[in-house]
Design a protein around this ligand. Structure first.
Ligand code: SF4
Length: 244
């Protein structure tokens, strides 16, 4: 059996991801949580929120985010900020390398790009502290481009939707899903922004981690293969933890 077939022989490539676009984005616009970074999603605001959310829960990040944006409303303010002030603003969030990378990136964006974030993948990926997922989030949410952002939440949702039993830790799975999700992006900038956020929202709420998916309130249940085959709870497949 091929590795990407996982344990049940189903492949995400056989699932029509374009079929989720309309129900998912309509649902998102109906039920989305009111989060401060969703207001006026400029590249700077999306970037700061995504870096904060890397190791901090949404609820905990909200106040830090508002305080940070209040003190440093634009990339130029962050670039010009002294390290002590920045560390004070970051105090309590931990993982201080994130703040140091924010500072470095802000300086590069100001010095090399005149204060405007680049929108192409290569330039964004070259900035300190910005990985594949953050590139996808900035490009789709802020620039309105069809650029998937695949993190653990999105991997889980897609693995359940397509009933693909590939192990979630398989790096190749992420790349496959990125390629499969790209054509499912709508044509408008708002549509692209909404689609990424809708996938994130589904993965953070009704199809969340470490609990039973709430398929009864999911906008995709009519097309979700994990739900239809009764395998959603067994997905995504995780390799057994090694004994220490
Ligand atoms: Fe997740 Fe259930 Fe929705 Fe499928 S139907 S995407 S398993 S919540």
């Amino acid at each position: 059996m091929q590795k990407e077939n996982g344990q049940n022989g189903r492949r995400a490539e056989d699932f029509d991801f374009c079929a989720i676009t309309a129900p998912l984005t309509a649902w998102f616009n109906r039920v989305k949580r009111d989060l401060p970074w969703r207001e006026n999603p400029t590249p700077y605001r999306v970037w700061v929120s995504e870096i904060m959310l890397q190791q901090t829960r949404v609820e905990a990040a909200k106040d830090y985010y508002l305080r940070f944006l209040n003190a440093l409303p634009a990339v130029e303010d962050l670039a010009a900020c002294d390290e002590e002030t920045l560390m004070k603003l970051w105090e309590g969030l931990g993982y201080y390398s994130r703040a140091r990378n924010l500072h470095k990136t802000a300086k590069i964006v100001c010095e090399e790009y005149g204060g405007a974030f680049p929108s192409d993948e290569k330039s964004l990926r070259a900035l300190p502290g910005i990985g594949d997922y953050t590139v996808g989030a900035i490009r789709s949410i802020a620039f309105g481009l069809p650029s998937p952002a695949v993190d653990g939440n999105v991997l889980r949702v897609c693995s359940r939707l397509s009933a693909d039993g590939t192990e979630i830790s398989d790096e190749n799975f992420k790349a496959r899903l990125k390629a499969l999700l790209a054509p499912a992006y709508p044509e408008t900038a708002k549509g692209c922004s909404d689609f990424t956020q809708a996938l994130m929202e589904l993965g953070a709420t009704v199809c969340g981690p470490n609990r039973k998916p709430e398929c009864g309130s999911c906008p995709c249940r009519k097309i979700c293969l994990g739900y239809q085959h009764g395998t959603a709870e067994t997905l995504p497949v995780k390799s057994p933890k090694r004994e220490r």
